[in-house]
Design a protein around this ligand. Structure first.
Ligand SMILES: [Zn+2]
Length: 63
């Protein structure tokens, strides 16, 4: 079972606030997620603590 953490942040393309669902069971992961507003691909890099299922850091950039 994957603990999902909700995180709101602004899209690096259109600046709209969008919600990301992050799998907190991974220490570090990097993936592409399309913006739900402008549909452009956002490079998402996250750092989490799998023991407490907490999001430690997130980085969003234009892929
Ligand atoms: Zn966008």
């Amino acid at each position: 079972m994957s603990p999902l953490v909700e995180h709101e942040d602004s899209c690096p393309f259109c600046n709209e606030t969008i919600t990301f669902l992050i799998d907190a069971s991974q220490n570090e992961q990097s993936y592409i997620e399309d913006c739900s507003v402008c549909c452009r691909p956002i490079q998402v890099t996250t750092r989490c603590d799998p023991d407490s299922n907490e999001l430690l850091g997130i980085d969003l950039s234009r892929s």
